[in-house]
Design a protein around this ligand. Structure first.
Ligand SMILES: *Cc1c(COP(=O)(O)O)cnc(C)c1O
Length: 483
């Protein structure tokens, strides 16, 4: 493949402009716009139409996606997104709506929101949901603002939020953004919340504990009822980061575990293509006692008509314009209806089975991060390979050469040389077997030729970039090739 940028392919000697200059007299930009606001001439490359088509078509083939290859990116739930969801979401009756249309014109859309809320209440045991937040992190923010408003109304001064050391980075970030001090509770050597330590940390100044279950090591917090008892005994609330809900659909509910406020990443568990900043949605659910705190509006029904209800006594207000990413809600709704109760249960059982299959087959080649059986994802530690000079990141890069997306790396932070693998329920046994075979082959390469790993991947147009430099000094300005 010709790896040059389109600007490098430009042939300035030819006049390939597709648009003819206008044949009416124009004011010159200088006569209308102040000089300091004028842009430089837009430096468009000069190429023939076919060259442009080939350039972009070839580039598009470099895209990696769930639709092309195995994508075991832990915590992200990169499952296959059934195309029927897209068909439904593409219906003109959904895409041609405008948020300012009167309620009487959008009864169907309101019904989708209303019915989706009812279904998620059944799955989670929560009393009500808001769908305004556009992603999980924003859902956490909404949930923690609700908890803050709850304590404030009761005139309680609580300034601490407890978070396990295995937590996703968005948890402490959320707590800080809501003005809280983060207190970290350590994990046991199995990777679960250290209960004795937790007991010492929770006090009358604790506002909430934020917890993922299964946690980011893919382990079910077996003592969740003790955790809930400890947190509630001092008047604090329990927040559920539902990013890992894929493991529990129809099997158990956050309400049964004692959670008061939750978010579900609808784009993960309920199948909307995500990644690269694609549209997401978080449903934020609360228990009965907290429903008056939700963002406005909610969708309610009166005399058989759906309406937008802005009358919530203690609402934290709005967290996003209008009603959230409505199209993601349509996809989640279609997905749930298509699978039904039994289908959703099978999703979780298969996702757990697939992860444990990988765990059993790889446990002698890569060190397991925990002796406990996993739920829907597993964490490996590449410390045996590191002793031979090959790091988790090098192994991840080598996987690219075999058409496999790298797993999540160096997370959770408490595991050295971590690879976090989430196969999801939608992968076949033959795909899993291929992955196992490649992981073993890579380990053989580590034993025989560890020095080669600094060159991997071999098959991508750009091989190794200086990631630290790229993150610290991003250069996103257009530059003329070679300048
Ligand atoms: C993905 C994820 C989040 C954040 O959700 P976004 O939708 O990416 O904002 C939070 N916690 C966990 C455990 C996650 O996996």
């Amino acid at each position: 493949m010709d790896k040059r940028l389109i600007f490098e392919k430009s042939d300035d000697s030819k006049d390939n402009k597709l648009v003819n200059p206008p044949d009416i007299p124009l004011n010159s930009p200088e006569s209308i716009i102040p000089k300091e606001l004028l842009r430089e001439d837009l430096p468009l490359p000069s190429l023939g139409e076919l060259d442009v088509v080939r350039h972009y078509t070839n580039l598009s083939k470099l895209n990696f996606s769930v639709d092309t290859n195995f994508y075991p990116l832990g915590s992200c739930t990169m499952k296959y997104n059934p195309k029927v969801n897209e068909d439904i979401a593409k219906l003109k009756t959904f895409t041609h709506l405008h948020p300012y249309q009167p309620e009487s014109y959008i009864q169907g859309a309101l019904k989708v929101i209303y019915e989706l809320e009812k279904l998620l209440c059944v799955l989670t045991g929560m009393a009500r949901f808001s769908f305004q937040p556009p992603a999980g992190a924003s859902g956490e923010f909404t949930g923690m603002m609700i908890i803050r408003a709850y304590h404030k109304l009761r005139k309680e001064k609580r300034y601490k939020v407890i978070i396990p050391d295995s937590s996703h980075g968005t948890n402490p970030a959320t707590a800080s953004m809501c003005g809280y001090k983060t207190v970290v509770v350590p994990s046991t050597k199995e990777g679960l919340v250290d209960i004795d330590n937790l007991r010492k940390l929770v006090d009358e100044e604790t506002s909430a504990m934020m917890l993922t279950n299964p946690n980011t090591l893919g382990l079910f917090e077996e003592r969740i009822l003790d955790i809930s008892e400890i947190v509630h005994s001092r008047g604090a609330l329990l927040y559920y980061d539902g990013a890992n809900f894929n493991a529990l659909l129809g099997i158990t509910k956050p309400s049964l575990m004692g959670f008061d406020v939750i978010h579900l990443n609808l784009h993960k568990t309920f199948s909307t293509p995500h990644g690269s900043g694609g549209p997401g949605s978080a449903g934020v659910g609360v228990k009965e006692e907290l429903k008056e705190f939700l963002p406005v509006p909610l969708v309610d029904i009166k005399n058989g008509r759906y309406y937008l209800n802005y009358k919530l006594k203690n609402s934290i207000g709005k967290v996003k314009s209008f009603y959230g990413n409505f199209n993601v809600l349509v996809k989640a709704y279609a997905y749930i209806l298509r699978l039904g109760e039994e289908g959703l249960k099978r999703v979780s059982k298969h996702s757990v089975l697939n992860a444990n299959y990988l765990r059993e087959k790889l446990k002698d080649t890569y060190k397991l991060a925990s002796p406990n059986r996993c739920m829907h994802e597993l964490v490996l530690s590449c410390i045996w390979q590191k002793e031979k000079g090959v790091k988790a990141g090098d192994i991840a890069k080598r996987l690219i050469d075999f058409g496999i997306h790298p797993p999540t790396m160096y997370f959770p932070l408490i595991v050295k040389e971590a690879l976090m693998i989430e196969p999801t329920e939608t992968e076949s046994k033959s795909t899993l077997d291929y992955f196992i075979q490649i992981m073993k082959q890579i380990n053989d390469e580590v034993n025989f030729s560890p020095e080669n790993f600094k060159n991997y991947p071999l098959t991508t147009p750009v091989r190794r970039v200086d990631e630290t430099y790229a993150a610290r000094f991003p250069d996103i300005r257009w530059k003329k090739a070679g300048v």
